[in-house]
Write a protein that binds this ligand. Structure first.
Ligand SMILES: O=P(O)(O)OC[C@H]1O[C@H](O[C@H]2O[C@H](CO)[C@@H](O)[C@H](O)[C@H]2O)[C@H](O)[C@@H](O)[C@@H]1O
Length: 376
């Protein structure tokens, strides 16, 4: 090893220790006394020790896999204990160390953005609005709306959601944003107020699943009929995809619901099933997801192969993982998962809930204002 290498290694070790200490301190955790390799091993050990029941597996097909669907439905609804077991606490500690709070790491994130153009991507349900029982009443607070308005003044901003565009727009009501509805299968740019209110096609940028529209409508009607026998089940038409909600279904009836959905999907091989928060999502088998939508929007903004962009994507759902993956593959920007509990994720940071998301976004606005002033 050359002297230069030795110097770099020792700097790297110092940096790892500094980072570990700062993450532990800011998250109120105790760092064990250990050498750098031991620390790394300890973290990695913790990473692999995450409880399996917190890992939500995406559902790939509907070939009679009702049992695995139910396992997955259960896995996505972990039971909460008042006082976590020692093992749970240990896993929580490791998870927090690997996915620290984006609020605590705000300065680091801004440092990483290094003068690049920040573009903000936000999921809707569970990220901008709290999760509620009735999907039609998932309203955003006035404060969040004002924050979004501010954010959009300073950065290109997009909402990326499983909802259909019209519903999404009726909740957000800001024409200056980009919207990617139906899990990115319906993308619209900023429009002028008058035309957007009429709900016309003004501003439509991409609809890669257009040919599936008749099939989705057909399956929607069938599912509404077939799931009537399951109390609490609700089917939502998200234009290019469908959501079968089981939040209000008694766990004893989950098997019956999964069975019904499976029987319908067996007749439609061009549709597939994925899973969100207490929801089974049915969508076309095309290779399109929130990650592709993120790439498409960056391209539309002129950042296709650019190193000069720093996308920040905030989301709470399994479907947001596709976008986190794109960011980590590009080695660009920051993925932020909204979650209070450990989950398998490709995001680097975490926020606990929509109120922390709002706080983070307001920090971003303040940071931009301050840095613009100091450059004048
Ligand atoms: O991509 P998103 O914006 O997160 O949309 C994903 C699904 O969100 C909605 O369902 C979720 O939120 C509901 C309201 O809080 C809640 O009742 C439900 O249990 C959640 O899964 C939406 O209704 C779905 O259509 C979206 O697919």
């Amino acid at each position: 090893m050359t002297n230069q290498n030795v110097l770099e290694k020792s700097r790297l070790n110092e940096r790892i220790l500094e980072l570990a200490k700062s993450i532990s301190n800011s998250n109120g955790l105790e760092l064990p006394r250990a050498s750098v390799p031991e620390l790394v091993a300890w973290f990695v050990d913790g990473l692999f020790a995450q409880p399996k029941n917190n890992l939500i597996k995406p559902l790939e097909d509907n070939n009679g896999k009702v049992n695995s669907w139910i396992d997955s439905m259960r896995a996505s609804s972990p039971t909460r204990t008042k006082q976590g077991s020692e093992n749970q606490n240990r896993n929580q500690t490791h998870w927090t160390l690997f996915h620290p709070s984006a609020l605590n790491m705000f300065d680091q994130i801004m440092y990483n953005s290094n003068g690049k153009q920040i573009v903000v991507f936000l999921d809707y349900d569970g990220t901008l609005s709290p999760i509620v029982t009735d999907p039609d009443r998932a309203f955003m607070s006035k404060k969040m709306r004002a924050t979004l308005k501010d954010i959009a003044k300073h950065f290109p901003t997009a909402i990326v959601s499983g909802r259909c565009l019209d519903k999404l727009f009726s909740f957000v009501r800001l024409s200056e944003l980009y919207y990617a509805g139906s899990h990115g299968m319906d993308i619209k740019g900023p429009t002028n107020r008058r035309s957007t209110k009429k709900g016309n096609n003004d501003g439509v940028l991409l609809q890669p699943a257009n040919e599936f529209l008749p099939m989705i409508n057909e399956v929607y009607k069938i599912l509404v009929e077939k799931t009537k026998c399951v109390p609490g089940a609700m089917v939502e038409n998200n234009k290019f995809c469908l959501s079968v909600h089981f939040r209000c279904v008694d766990e004893k009836s989950w098997a019956a619901l999964a069975e019904q959905v499976s029987l319908v999907l067996n007749e439609y091989p061009k549709l597939k099933l994925t899973q969100g928060r207490k929801v089974l999502e049915i969508r076309p088998t095309i290779k399109w997801d929130k990650g592709r939508a993120l790439e498409f929007l960056l391209e539309s903004l002129g950042f296709a192969n650019s190193n000069n962009v720093f996308p920040i994507y905030i989301g709470d759902d399994r479907t947001d993982e596709d976008a986190f993956k794109v960011l980590s593959n590009r080695g660009q920007g920051s993925g932020i998962l909204v979650s209070k509990i450990p989950k398998e994720t490709n995001a680097s940071y975490t926020l606990q809930d929509p109120s922390e998301v709002g706080e983070f976004l307001r920090h971003l606005v303040d940071w931009k204002r301050t840095s613009s002033r100091s450059h004048k």
